[in-house]
Ligand binder design. Structure first.
Ligand SMILES: [Zn+2]
Length: 255
């Protein structure tokens, strides 16, 4: 993988956003393998598709690219808020590729693959409407809060300018697939419990350590008054999916 952009391609564009789009998209098309099946390239959709930017000619997976210059940070700007929420709840999403790049050496610094089912309404942040003076006054955009996605759903392809091992990437993508479930409410609970488990900094943990998150979870799921049973139910689900192992009563191990 050559992490440098082909800057010649951007020369004929005046607007910096158009230039960035051409450079980042052509980089993906010329360098990236399919993170789902490992095919040696993914292709750009020829015309402006409303949803996806790329597809794999082998496994037909679709990808959308989001990019920003500078550090990757915790959030990335995306399009219209309502469209994004509709897409997420409709399960019509492509998988996401989130890229950061350096303007000084015109190269990719970070690239993260995020499987589509990790996108839930609570990682979509509503931006304030554009002011009356703006060309699109009143328009409401959104930010993707990528730091809220459990680590199992943020799979690094390039990290701080270093290409990660392809075999390892494909294994992580394959393992993340176990967390896929089409019921969005179920999925939302599962991701919340997964974030709690990830926040416990050790492999072995006890049920009481998860109960410590009860108030945070109750705040988020205000219609649910049975948080503890819900925690136990999700633990069973995560056990069935091979994410945690039950050691003995109230004791667990991360896999
Ligand atoms: Zn593929």
């Amino acid at each position: 993988m050559d992490l440098k952009f082909n800057i010649k391609l951007g020369e004929k564009y005046r607007s910096s956003s158009q230039k960035a789009r051409v450079l980042t998209e052509s980089w993906v098309e010329n360098n990236l393998f399919c993170p789902r099946c490992g095919h040696n390239k993914i292709c750009h959709f020829s015309n402006n598709r409303p949803v996806a930017d790329f597809y794999c000619p082998n496994c037909k997976s679709q990808y959308e690219l989001k990019s920003k210059h500078g550090t990757l940070g915790t959030k990335i700007a995306d399009g219209a808020y309502r469209t994004m929420i509709e897409r997420i709840t409709g399960n019509e999403n492509p998988d996401f590729l989130v890229m950061s790049y350096s303007l000084s050496d015109m190269s990719v610094t970070n690239l993260v693959f995020i499987p589509k089912f990790f996108f839930l309404p609570d990682i979509i942040e509503k931006r304030p409407p554009l002011p009356p003076t703006a060309r699109r006054a009143g328009w409401i955009g959104c930010n993707l809060l990528i730091d809220r996605i459990p680590q199992q759903g943020r799979i690094s392809i390039i990290s701080d300018g270093l290409e990660q091992n392809q075999k390892h990437i494909l294994e992580r993508v394959n393992a993340s697939q176990k967390l896929n479930t089409y019921n969005i409410l179920y999925r939302s609970w599962m991701m919340d419990i997964l974030n709690c488990i990830n926040a416990i900094p050790k492999y072995y943990f006890e049920l009481s350590e998860l109960y410590a998150f009860e108030n945070i979870l109750a705040e988020k799921h205000q219609n649910n008054h049975n948080i503890r049973p819900k925690i136990r139910q999700q633990l069973q689900l995560l056990r069935d999916k091979g994410i945690v192992e039950f050691i003995e009563k109230g004791k667990y191990r991360k896999l």
